[in-house]
Design a protein around this ligand. Structure first.
Ligand code: XMP
Length: 514
Protein backbone atom coordinates (compact mmCIF):
# COMPACT_ATOMS: atom_id res chain seq x y z
CA UNK A 1 0.00 0.00 0.00
CA UNK A 2 1.38 3.41 -0.96
CA UNK A 3 1.67 5.96 1.87
CA UNK A 4 3.38 6.46 5.21
CA UNK A 5 4.25 4.19 8.10
CA UNK A 6 1.57 2.00 9.72
CA UNK A 7 0.66 1.22 13.33
CA UNK A 8 0.65 -2.37 14.58
CA UNK A 9 -1.83 -3.13 17.36
CA UNK A 10 -0.90 -6.32 19.23
CA UNK A 11 -4.07 -7.82 20.65
CA UNK A 12 -4.06 -9.35 24.12
CA UNK A 13 -7.80 -9.97 23.93
CA UNK A 14 -9.04 -6.55 25.03
CA UNK A 15 -12.57 -5.44 24.29
CA UNK A 16 -11.29 -2.10 22.95
CA UNK A 17 -8.64 -3.43 20.55
CA UNK A 18 -10.65 -2.51 17.45
CA UNK A 19 -11.24 0.91 18.91
CA UNK A 20 -7.48 1.50 19.21
CA UNK A 21 -7.02 0.51 15.57
CA UNK A 22 -9.97 2.68 14.50
CA UNK A 23 -8.60 5.70 16.34
CA UNK A 24 -5.20 5.37 14.64
CA UNK A 25 -6.94 5.34 11.28
CA UNK A 26 -9.07 8.34 12.23
CA UNK A 27 -5.78 10.08 12.98
CA UNK A 28 -4.65 9.26 9.45
CA UNK A 29 -2.36 6.33 10.29
CA UNK A 30 -3.31 2.96 8.79
CA UNK A 31 -3.35 0.26 11.46
CA UNK A 32 -3.49 -3.51 11.62
CA UNK A 33 -4.33 -5.89 14.47
CA UNK A 34 -2.30 -9.05 15.15
CA UNK A 35 -2.26 -11.73 17.81
CA UNK A 36 0.95 -11.72 19.93
CA UNK A 37 2.20 -14.95 18.35
CA UNK A 38 2.00 -13.44 14.84
CA UNK A 39 3.51 -10.05 15.72
CA UNK A 40 7.11 -10.66 14.70
CA UNK A 41 6.17 -12.17 11.36
CA UNK A 42 4.06 -9.10 10.68
CA UNK A 43 6.80 -6.69 11.75
CA UNK A 44 9.25 -8.48 9.45
CA UNK A 45 7.02 -7.51 6.51
CA UNK A 46 8.11 -3.91 7.24
CA UNK A 47 6.31 -0.59 6.95
CA UNK A 48 5.44 -0.16 10.65
CA UNK A 49 6.35 2.95 12.64
CA UNK A 50 4.26 2.49 15.79
CA UNK A 51 3.48 -0.47 18.05
CA UNK A 52 0.58 -0.50 20.50
CA UNK A 53 0.08 -3.27 23.05
CA UNK A 54 -3.66 -3.57 23.74
CA UNK A 55 -5.59 -4.25 26.91
CA UNK A 56 -6.76 -7.72 27.84
CA UNK A 57 -8.93 -9.57 30.32
CA UNK A 58 -6.13 -11.52 32.01
CA UNK A 59 -3.65 -10.59 34.73
CA UNK A 60 0.05 -10.43 33.78
CA UNK A 61 0.70 -12.10 37.13
CA UNK A 62 -0.99 -15.32 36.01
CA UNK A 63 1.62 -17.76 34.72
CA UNK A 64 -0.29 -18.65 31.53
CA UNK A 65 -1.31 -15.11 30.59
CA UNK A 66 -0.48 -13.99 27.02
CA UNK A 67 3.03 -12.65 26.57
CA UNK A 68 5.37 -11.18 24.03
CA UNK A 69 9.16 -11.03 24.00
CA UNK A 70 9.61 -7.32 24.71
CA UNK A 71 13.40 -7.39 24.26
CA UNK A 72 12.88 -8.76 20.76
CA UNK A 73 10.19 -6.13 20.14
CA UNK A 74 12.64 -3.41 21.14
CA UNK A 75 15.13 -4.64 18.57
CA UNK A 76 12.85 -3.30 15.79
CA UNK A 77 13.51 0.25 17.05
CA UNK A 78 9.85 1.19 16.78
CA UNK A 79 8.20 3.26 19.56
CA UNK A 80 5.85 1.26 21.79
CA UNK A 81 2.71 2.35 23.65
CA UNK A 82 1.28 -0.12 26.18
CA UNK A 83 -2.36 0.28 27.18
CA UNK A 84 -3.83 -1.35 30.33
CA UNK A 85 -2.62 -4.97 30.03
CA UNK A 86 0.13 -3.59 27.77
CA UNK A 87 1.15 -1.14 30.53
CA UNK A 88 1.45 -3.96 33.02
CA UNK A 89 3.27 -6.21 30.61
CA UNK A 90 5.91 -3.50 30.14
CA UNK A 91 6.14 -2.98 33.90
CA UNK A 92 6.51 -6.69 34.57
CA UNK A 93 8.94 -7.43 31.72
CA UNK A 94 11.37 -4.70 32.79
CA UNK A 95 11.25 -5.37 36.53
CA UNK A 96 8.61 -2.96 37.87
CA UNK A 97 6.40 -3.80 40.84
CA UNK A 98 2.78 -4.81 40.43
CA UNK A 99 0.17 -5.24 43.14
CA UNK A 100 -2.41 -7.91 42.39
CA UNK A 101 -6.06 -6.84 42.35
CA UNK A 102 -9.09 -8.99 43.08
CA UNK A 103 -11.65 -7.71 40.61
CA UNK A 104 -11.46 -6.05 37.24
CA UNK A 105 -13.98 -3.28 36.90
CA UNK A 106 -14.10 -0.32 34.57
CA UNK A 107 -14.77 3.18 35.75
CA UNK A 108 -13.89 6.85 35.57
CA UNK A 109 -10.82 7.86 37.58
CA UNK A 110 -9.13 11.20 38.15
CA UNK A 111 -5.40 11.17 37.45
CA UNK A 112 -2.77 13.78 38.17
CA UNK A 113 -0.20 14.44 35.47
CA UNK A 114 3.29 14.55 37.04
CA UNK A 115 5.24 15.22 33.89
CA UNK A 116 4.09 16.60 30.56
CA UNK A 117 6.28 14.40 28.42
CA UNK A 118 5.65 14.04 24.68
CA UNK A 119 2.59 11.82 25.35
CA UNK A 120 0.89 14.38 27.59
CA UNK A 121 2.05 17.47 25.73
CA UNK A 122 -0.66 20.15 25.65
CA UNK A 123 -2.83 18.45 28.30
CA UNK A 124 -4.12 19.90 31.59
CA UNK A 125 -2.68 18.89 34.98
CA UNK A 126 -5.61 16.65 35.86
CA UNK A 127 -7.57 14.29 33.65
CA UNK A 128 -10.66 12.17 34.05
CA UNK A 129 -9.84 8.82 32.46
CA UNK A 130 -11.54 5.47 31.79
CA UNK A 131 -9.65 2.73 33.53
CA UNK A 132 -9.94 -0.83 34.69
CA UNK A 133 -9.30 -1.46 38.34
CA UNK A 134 -7.47 -4.74 38.55
CA UNK A 135 -3.72 -5.14 39.02
CA UNK A 136 -1.81 -1.94 39.72
CA UNK A 137 1.72 -0.83 38.85
CA UNK A 138 3.13 0.59 42.10
CA UNK A 139 6.78 1.01 41.14
CA UNK A 140 8.08 1.64 37.61
CA UNK A 141 10.92 -0.49 36.26
CA UNK A 142 14.48 0.86 36.39
CA UNK A 143 14.93 3.46 33.66
CA UNK A 144 11.24 4.33 33.66
CA UNK A 145 9.49 7.17 35.47
CA UNK A 146 5.83 7.70 36.36
CA UNK A 147 4.18 10.47 34.36
CA UNK A 148 0.80 10.34 36.07
CA UNK A 149 -0.76 8.84 39.20
CA UNK A 150 -4.26 8.20 40.45
CA UNK A 151 -5.59 9.42 43.79
CA UNK A 152 -4.83 6.06 45.42
CA UNK A 153 -1.19 6.15 44.31
CA UNK A 154 -1.36 3.80 41.33
CA UNK A 155 1.06 4.60 38.53
CA UNK A 156 -1.34 5.34 35.71
CA UNK A 157 1.29 6.09 33.07
CA UNK A 158 5.04 5.88 32.65
CA UNK A 159 7.82 6.37 30.12
CA UNK A 160 11.47 5.50 29.66
CA UNK A 161 11.93 8.76 27.75
CA UNK A 162 13.19 6.98 24.67
CA UNK A 163 10.33 5.40 22.81
CA UNK A 164 8.47 3.25 25.36
CA UNK A 165 5.44 4.66 27.16
CA UNK A 166 2.33 3.18 28.66
CA UNK A 167 -0.98 4.06 30.28
CA UNK A 168 -3.10 2.04 32.69
CA UNK A 169 -6.17 3.88 31.35
CA UNK A 170 -7.71 3.67 27.89
CA UNK A 171 -6.97 6.70 25.69
CA UNK A 172 -9.01 5.12 22.87
CA UNK A 173 -12.40 5.40 24.60
CA UNK A 174 -14.39 8.62 24.54
CA UNK A 175 -14.78 8.60 28.35
CA UNK A 176 -11.07 9.45 28.66
CA UNK A 177 -10.60 13.22 28.46
CA UNK A 178 -8.01 14.14 25.81
CA UNK A 179 -7.71 10.45 24.88
CA UNK A 180 -7.58 11.27 21.19
CA UNK A 181 -4.90 13.90 21.84
CA UNK A 182 -2.81 11.32 23.75
CA UNK A 183 -2.93 8.89 20.83
CA UNK A 184 -2.20 11.72 18.43
CA UNK A 185 0.83 12.74 20.53
CA UNK A 186 2.05 9.14 20.45
CA UNK A 187 1.73 8.83 16.68
CA UNK A 188 2.99 12.29 15.71
CA UNK A 189 5.43 13.34 18.46
CA UNK A 190 6.85 10.00 19.57
CA UNK A 191 6.60 7.99 16.34
CA UNK A 192 6.90 10.95 13.96
CA UNK A 193 4.09 9.77 11.66
CA UNK A 194 2.02 12.49 10.00
CA UNK A 195 -1.56 11.81 8.83
CA UNK A 196 -1.51 10.09 5.46
CA UNK A 197 -4.32 7.53 5.40
CA UNK A 198 -7.68 8.40 3.90
CA UNK A 199 -9.90 5.52 2.73
CA UNK A 200 -11.75 7.69 0.19
CA UNK A 201 -8.48 8.17 -1.72
CA UNK A 202 -8.21 4.43 -2.34
CA UNK A 203 -11.24 4.08 -4.62
CA UNK A 204 -9.38 4.13 -7.96
CA UNK A 205 -6.74 1.77 -6.57
CA UNK A 206 -9.46 -0.69 -5.46
CA UNK A 207 -11.11 -0.63 -8.89
CA UNK A 208 -7.74 -1.10 -10.64
CA UNK A 209 -6.90 -4.03 -8.39
CA UNK A 210 -10.10 -5.85 -9.41
CA UNK A 211 -9.47 -5.02 -13.07
CA UNK A 212 -5.98 -6.48 -12.91
CA UNK A 213 -7.18 -9.69 -11.24
CA UNK A 214 -10.25 -10.52 -13.34
CA UNK A 215 -9.49 -11.68 -16.90
CA UNK A 216 -11.09 -9.81 -19.85
CA UNK A 217 -13.68 -12.53 -20.48
CA UNK A 218 -14.22 -13.70 -16.89
CA UNK A 219 -17.48 -13.20 -14.99
CA UNK A 220 -18.02 -12.28 -11.34
CA UNK A 221 -20.94 -13.16 -9.09
CA UNK A 222 -21.91 -11.22 -5.96
CA UNK A 223 -24.59 -11.73 -3.31
CA UNK A 224 -26.17 -8.37 -2.49
CA UNK A 225 -28.35 -7.68 0.51
CA UNK A 226 -29.02 -3.95 0.27
CA UNK A 227 -26.53 -3.25 3.06
CA UNK A 228 -23.65 -0.86 2.56
CA UNK A 229 -20.92 -3.55 2.52
CA UNK A 230 -22.38 -5.69 -0.26
CA UNK A 231 -23.59 -2.75 -2.36
CA UNK A 232 -20.20 -1.01 -2.12
CA UNK A 233 -18.44 -4.26 -3.07
CA UNK A 234 -20.76 -4.70 -6.06
CA UNK A 235 -20.24 -1.08 -7.13
CA UNK A 236 -16.43 -1.36 -7.04
CA UNK A 237 -16.55 -4.60 -9.02
CA UNK A 238 -19.04 -3.20 -11.50
CA UNK A 239 -16.82 -0.14 -12.12
CA UNK A 240 -14.00 -2.59 -12.87
CA UNK A 241 -15.73 -5.24 -14.99
CA UNK A 242 -19.04 -3.64 -16.06
CA UNK A 243 -21.78 -6.06 -17.10
CA UNK A 244 -19.60 -9.07 -16.40
CA UNK A 245 -20.81 -8.68 -12.79
CA UNK A 246 -23.93 -10.65 -11.86
CA UNK A 247 -25.63 -9.73 -8.60
CA UNK A 248 -27.94 -12.14 -6.81
CA UNK A 249 -30.38 -11.04 -4.16
CA UNK A 250 -31.88 -13.91 -2.17
CA UNK A 251 -35.18 -12.88 -0.59
CA UNK A 252 -35.41 -15.34 2.29
CA UNK A 253 -38.62 -13.72 3.48
CA UNK A 254 -36.86 -12.36 6.57
CA UNK A 255 -36.08 -8.96 5.04
CA UNK A 256 -37.12 -5.53 6.23
CA UNK A 257 -40.36 -4.06 4.86
CA UNK A 258 -40.01 -2.96 1.23
CA UNK A 259 -36.41 -4.27 1.03
CA UNK A 260 -36.66 -6.01 -2.35
CA UNK A 261 -37.97 -2.90 -4.11
CA UNK A 262 -35.40 -0.79 -2.29
CA UNK A 263 -32.51 -2.93 -3.53
CA UNK A 264 -33.87 -3.06 -7.07
CA UNK A 265 -34.18 0.74 -7.23
CA UNK A 266 -30.83 1.41 -5.60
CA UNK A 267 -28.78 -0.90 -7.82
CA UNK A 268 -30.44 0.53 -10.91
CA UNK A 269 -29.52 4.04 -9.76
CA UNK A 270 -25.90 2.96 -9.25
CA UNK A 271 -25.77 1.47 -12.74
CA UNK A 272 -25.64 -2.25 -11.87
CA UNK A 273 -27.76 -3.92 -14.51
CA UNK A 274 -27.46 -7.66 -13.94
CA UNK A 275 -29.55 -8.26 -10.83
CA UNK A 276 -31.37 -11.52 -10.21
CA UNK A 277 -33.88 -11.65 -7.39
CA UNK A 278 -34.66 -15.10 -6.02
CA UNK A 279 -37.92 -15.35 -4.08
CA UNK A 280 -37.34 -18.15 -1.57
CA UNK A 281 -39.51 -17.22 1.44
CA UNK A 282 -41.40 -20.52 1.64
CA UNK A 283 -38.21 -22.56 1.40
CA UNK A 284 -36.65 -20.77 4.36
CA UNK A 285 -39.77 -20.62 6.53
CA UNK A 286 -40.52 -24.32 6.14
CA UNK A 287 -36.94 -25.16 7.18
CA UNK A 288 -37.30 -22.91 10.26
CA UNK A 289 -40.57 -24.49 11.40
CA UNK A 290 -40.37 -25.60 15.03
CA UNK A 291 -36.77 -24.36 15.48
CA UNK A 292 -36.20 -22.28 18.61
CA UNK A 293 -32.45 -22.38 19.22
CA UNK A 294 -30.73 -19.18 17.98
CA UNK A 295 -27.60 -20.88 16.64
CA UNK A 296 -29.70 -23.54 14.93
CA UNK A 297 -31.78 -20.83 13.21
CA UNK A 298 -28.61 -19.13 11.99
CA UNK A 299 -27.14 -22.41 10.77
CA UNK A 300 -30.29 -23.34 8.83
CA UNK A 301 -30.54 -19.92 7.19
CA UNK A 302 -26.83 -19.91 6.33
CA UNK A 303 -26.96 -23.36 4.77
CA UNK A 304 -30.14 -22.71 2.84
CA UNK A 305 -28.74 -19.40 1.62
CA UNK A 306 -25.70 -21.15 0.19
CA UNK A 307 -27.90 -23.74 -1.53
CA UNK A 308 -30.14 -21.13 -3.15
CA UNK A 309 -27.17 -19.00 -4.14
CA UNK A 310 -25.33 -21.97 -5.61
CA UNK A 311 -28.36 -23.06 -7.65
CA UNK A 312 -28.64 -19.54 -9.09
CA UNK A 313 -24.92 -19.22 -9.72
CA UNK A 314 -24.93 -22.46 -11.72
CA UNK A 315 -27.45 -20.94 -14.12
CA UNK A 316 -24.87 -18.37 -15.22
CA UNK A 317 -22.20 -20.02 -17.35
CA UNK A 318 -18.55 -19.06 -17.04
CA UNK A 319 -18.50 -17.58 -13.53
CA UNK A 320 -14.91 -17.51 -12.23
CA UNK A 321 -15.05 -15.11 -9.29
CA UNK A 322 -17.13 -14.51 -6.17
CA UNK A 323 -17.15 -10.95 -4.79
CA UNK A 324 -17.86 -10.68 -1.06
CA UNK A 325 -18.42 -7.70 1.25
CA UNK A 326 -16.09 -8.96 4.00
CA UNK A 327 -14.82 -6.05 6.12
CA UNK A 328 -11.86 -5.81 8.50
CA UNK A 329 -13.56 -6.74 11.80
CA UNK A 330 -15.13 -9.84 10.12
CA UNK A 331 -11.68 -10.95 9.05
CA UNK A 332 -9.99 -10.40 12.39
CA UNK A 333 -12.85 -12.10 14.21
CA UNK A 334 -12.86 -15.15 11.95
CA UNK A 335 -9.08 -15.33 12.12
CA UNK A 336 -9.51 -15.81 15.83
CA UNK A 337 -12.20 -18.40 15.34
CA UNK A 338 -9.95 -21.38 15.86
CA UNK A 339 -8.78 -20.16 19.22
CA UNK A 340 -11.75 -18.24 20.51
CA UNK A 341 -14.62 -19.82 18.69
CA UNK A 342 -16.93 -19.48 21.66
CA UNK A 343 -16.95 -15.70 21.28
CA UNK A 344 -18.15 -15.62 17.74
CA UNK A 345 -21.56 -16.03 16.26
CA UNK A 346 -21.85 -18.08 13.12
CA UNK A 347 -22.15 -15.17 10.74
CA UNK A 348 -24.14 -15.48 7.62
CA UNK A 349 -21.97 -15.56 4.54
CA UNK A 350 -21.16 -17.71 1.57
CA UNK A 351 -17.75 -18.71 2.95
CA UNK A 352 -18.01 -22.34 1.87
CA UNK A 353 -18.88 -21.53 -1.73
CA UNK A 354 -15.57 -20.62 -3.38
CA UNK A 355 -14.13 -24.06 -2.67
CA UNK A 356 -17.24 -26.00 -3.67
CA UNK A 357 -17.74 -24.13 -6.92
CA UNK A 358 -14.08 -23.60 -7.64
CA UNK A 359 -14.45 -19.82 -7.55
CA UNK A 360 -11.73 -17.30 -6.80
CA UNK A 361 -12.51 -14.69 -4.15
CA UNK A 362 -12.65 -10.89 -4.46
CA UNK A 363 -12.90 -8.95 -1.18
CA UNK A 364 -12.18 -5.30 -1.99
CA UNK A 365 -13.28 -4.08 1.47
CA UNK A 366 -11.29 -6.60 3.46
CA UNK A 367 -9.04 -3.96 5.08
CA UNK A 368 -11.70 -1.42 6.04
CA UNK A 369 -13.88 -0.59 9.01
CA UNK A 370 -17.57 0.17 8.54
CA UNK A 371 -17.12 3.95 8.73
CA UNK A 372 -14.37 3.70 6.14
CA UNK A 373 -16.64 1.63 3.88
CA UNK A 374 -19.21 4.40 4.21
CA UNK A 375 -16.61 6.97 3.13
CA UNK A 376 -15.69 4.84 0.11
CA UNK A 377 -19.39 4.41 -0.71
CA UNK A 378 -19.93 8.18 -0.66
CA UNK A 379 -16.95 8.67 -2.92
CA UNK A 380 -18.47 6.15 -5.35
CA UNK A 381 -21.71 8.14 -5.39
CA UNK A 382 -23.81 5.44 -3.68
CA UNK A 383 -27.10 7.02 -2.50
CA UNK A 384 -27.20 8.14 1.11
CA UNK A 385 -30.20 5.92 1.88
CA UNK A 386 -27.81 2.96 1.53
CA UNK A 387 -24.65 4.58 2.90
CA UNK A 388 -26.16 5.64 6.20
CA UNK A 389 -28.52 2.69 6.64
CA UNK A 390 -28.17 0.82 9.92
CA UNK A 391 -26.46 -2.60 9.74
CA UNK A 392 -28.89 -5.45 9.21
CA UNK A 393 -27.88 -9.03 10.03
CA UNK A 394 -27.59 -11.58 7.23
CA UNK A 395 -30.15 -13.97 8.82
CA UNK A 396 -32.53 -11.00 8.87
CA UNK A 397 -35.53 -10.73 11.14
CA UNK A 398 -35.03 -14.33 12.29
CA UNK A 399 -32.47 -13.06 14.83
CA UNK A 400 -34.98 -10.46 16.05
CA UNK A 401 -37.62 -13.10 16.78
CA UNK A 402 -37.06 -14.95 20.03
CA UNK A 403 -38.07 -18.60 19.79
CA UNK A 404 -39.73 -20.10 16.72
CA UNK A 405 -40.10 -17.96 13.59
CA UNK A 406 -43.81 -18.15 12.78
CA UNK A 407 -45.62 -16.21 10.05
CA UNK A 408 -47.44 -14.16 12.68
CA UNK A 409 -44.30 -13.20 14.64
CA UNK A 410 -42.51 -12.41 11.40
CA UNK A 411 -45.18 -9.95 10.26
CA UNK A 412 -45.23 -8.29 13.70
CA UNK A 413 -41.44 -8.03 13.63
CA UNK A 414 -41.37 -6.55 10.11
CA UNK A 415 -44.04 -3.94 10.88
CA UNK A 416 -42.54 -3.01 14.25
CA UNK A 417 -39.06 -2.59 12.71
CA UNK A 418 -40.52 -0.34 10.01
CA UNK A 419 -42.22 1.83 12.67
CA UNK A 420 -39.00 2.12 14.70
CA UNK A 421 -36.99 3.10 11.61
CA UNK A 422 -39.60 5.62 10.48
CA UNK A 423 -39.92 7.28 13.88
CA UNK A 424 -36.15 7.47 14.44
CA UNK A 425 -35.78 9.13 11.03
CA UNK A 426 -38.67 11.51 11.69
CA UNK A 427 -37.14 12.53 15.04
CA UNK A 428 -33.76 13.18 13.38
CA UNK A 429 -31.92 10.61 15.53
CA UNK A 430 -31.58 7.77 13.01
CA UNK A 431 -28.03 8.79 12.09
CA UNK A 432 -27.03 9.31 15.71
CA UNK A 433 -27.39 5.65 16.69
CA UNK A 434 -25.63 2.53 15.43
CA UNK A 435 -28.87 0.55 15.26
CA UNK A 436 -32.48 0.90 16.33
CA UNK A 437 -34.85 -2.01 15.91
CA UNK A 438 -37.69 -4.09 17.32
CA UNK A 439 -37.64 -7.62 18.72
CA UNK A 440 -40.61 -9.98 19.10
CA UNK A 441 -40.57 -12.13 22.23
CA UNK A 442 -41.76 -15.65 22.80
CA UNK A 443 -43.48 -14.78 26.08
CA UNK A 444 -46.91 -13.18 26.17
CA UNK A 445 -48.60 -10.35 28.06
CA UNK A 446 -52.30 -10.12 28.76
CA UNK A 447 -53.86 -7.03 27.23
CA UNK A 448 -57.29 -5.45 27.23
CA UNK A 449 -58.50 -4.49 23.81
CA UNK A 450 -62.00 -3.06 23.93
CA UNK A 451 -63.95 -5.43 26.17
CA UNK A 452 -61.75 -8.35 25.37
CA UNK A 453 -58.75 -9.74 27.18
CA UNK A 454 -56.06 -10.76 24.69
CA UNK A 455 -53.00 -12.90 25.24
CA UNK A 456 -50.74 -10.77 23.07
CA UNK A 457 -47.10 -10.43 22.05
CA UNK A 458 -44.32 -8.43 23.73
CA UNK A 459 -42.16 -6.23 21.50
CA UNK A 460 -38.81 -4.95 22.78
CA UNK A 461 -37.26 -1.85 21.25
CA UNK A 462 -33.46 -1.77 21.19
CA UNK A 463 -31.36 1.23 20.18
CA UNK A 464 -27.60 1.29 20.68
CA UNK A 465 -24.68 3.60 20.15
CA UNK A 466 -21.47 2.00 18.92
CA UNK A 467 -18.36 2.62 16.85
CA UNK A 468 -18.06 -0.79 15.22
CA UNK A 469 -20.65 -3.08 16.78
CA UNK A 470 -18.03 -4.81 18.97
CA UNK A 471 -19.11 -2.94 22.08
CA UNK A 472 -22.25 -0.83 22.43
CA UNK A 473 -24.00 1.42 24.88
CA UNK A 474 -27.80 1.55 25.04
CA UNK A 475 -29.19 4.77 23.61
CA UNK A 476 -30.74 7.15 26.16
CA UNK A 477 -33.86 7.53 24.10
CA UNK A 478 -36.07 10.60 24.24
CA UNK A 479 -39.22 9.58 26.12
CA UNK A 480 -41.56 11.31 23.69
CA UNK A 481 -40.02 9.34 20.82
CA UNK A 482 -40.32 6.10 22.78
CA UNK A 483 -43.93 6.90 23.60
CA UNK A 484 -44.76 7.57 19.92
CA UNK A 485 -43.17 4.27 18.88
CA UNK A 486 -44.92 2.30 21.63
CA UNK A 487 -48.33 3.80 20.85
CA UNK A 488 -47.97 3.21 17.11
CA UNK A 489 -46.92 -0.39 17.62
CA UNK A 490 -49.85 -1.33 19.86
CA UNK A 491 -52.29 0.65 17.70
CA UNK A 492 -51.12 -0.46 14.25
CA UNK A 493 -50.02 -4.04 14.87
CA UNK A 494 -52.73 -6.44 15.97
CA UNK A 495 -51.93 -8.73 18.92
CA UNK A 496 -49.10 -6.65 20.44
CA UNK A 497 -50.01 -5.91 24.06
CA UNK A 498 -46.73 -4.68 25.51
CA UNK A 499 -43.75 -2.63 24.32
CA UNK A 500 -40.52 -2.53 26.36
CA UNK A 501 -37.15 -0.82 25.94
CA UNK A 502 -33.80 -2.64 26.32
CA UNK A 503 -31.33 -0.95 28.71
CA UNK A 504 -28.37 -3.34 28.76
CA UNK A 505 -25.15 -2.52 26.95
CA UNK A 506 -22.78 -4.84 25.07
CA UNK A 507 -21.14 -6.48 26.95
CA UNK A 508 -22.77 -8.25 28.70
CA UNK A 509 -25.60 -8.44 26.12
CA UNK A 510 -25.13 -8.76 22.39
CA UNK A 511 -26.83 -6.20 20.17
CA UNK A 512 -29.20 -8.64 18.46
CA UNK A 513 -31.17 -10.91 20.77
CA UNK A 514 -30.49 -14.21 18.97
P1 XMP B 1 -24.14 -8.81 18.00
O1 XMP B 1 -25.59 -9.15 18.06
O2 XMP B 1 -23.25 -10.00 17.86
O3 XMP B 1 -23.98 -7.98 16.66
O4 XMP B 1 -23.72 -7.89 19.13
C1 XMP B 1 -22.91 -7.15 16.32
C2 XMP B 1 -23.25 -6.50 14.98
O5 XMP B 1 -23.29 -7.50 13.96
C3 XMP B 1 -24.57 -7.57 13.37
N1 XMP B 1 -24.87 -8.99 13.19
C4 XMP B 1 -24.75 -9.63 12.03
N2 XMP B 1 -24.40 -9.20 10.82
N3 XMP B 1 -24.69 -11.37 9.97
C5 XMP B 1 -24.38 -10.07 9.78
O6 XMP B 1 -24.09 -9.71 8.64
C6 XMP B 1 -25.04 -11.89 11.18
O7 XMP B 1 -25.32 -13.06 11.31
C7 XMP B 1 -25.08 -10.96 12.26
N4 XMP B 1 -25.38 -11.09 13.56
C8 XMP B 1 -25.24 -9.87 14.12
C9 XMP B 1 -25.52 -6.90 14.35
O8 XMP B 1 -26.65 -6.36 13.70
C10 XMP B 1 -24.63 -5.85 14.96
O9 XMP B 1 -24.55 -4.68 14.17
Amino acid sequence: MAGGLKALVIDFGGQYTHLIARRCRELGVYSEIVEPEDAFKKLDEGGFGAIILSGGPRSVLQPDSPKIDLMKLLSYNIPILGICYGHQLIAKSFGGEIRAGKVREYGRTLVEVLEKDALFDGLPDRLMVWMSHGDTVIKPPRGFRATSVSEDGAITSMTNGSGICSTQFHPEVTHTQYGRKILENFLRRICGIEAWWNPGDRVEELIDEIRSKVGMDEKVICAVSGGVDSVTTATIVSRAVGDRLYCIFVDHGLMRKGEVEHVRRSLKKIGIRNLRIVYARERFLSKLKGVEDPEEKRRIIGEEFIKVFEEEAKKIPGIKWLAQGTIYPDRVESGRAGRRAALIKSHHNVGALPKRMNLKLLEPLRDFYKDEVREIARKLGIPDEIVSRHPFPGPGLAVRIIGEVTGEKLEICREANAIVEEEFRRAGVYNKVWQAFAVVCDDRWVGVMGDERVHGYIVIIRAVESVDGMTADWHRIDHELLDRIARRITREIPRVTMVAYAVTSKPPSTIEPC
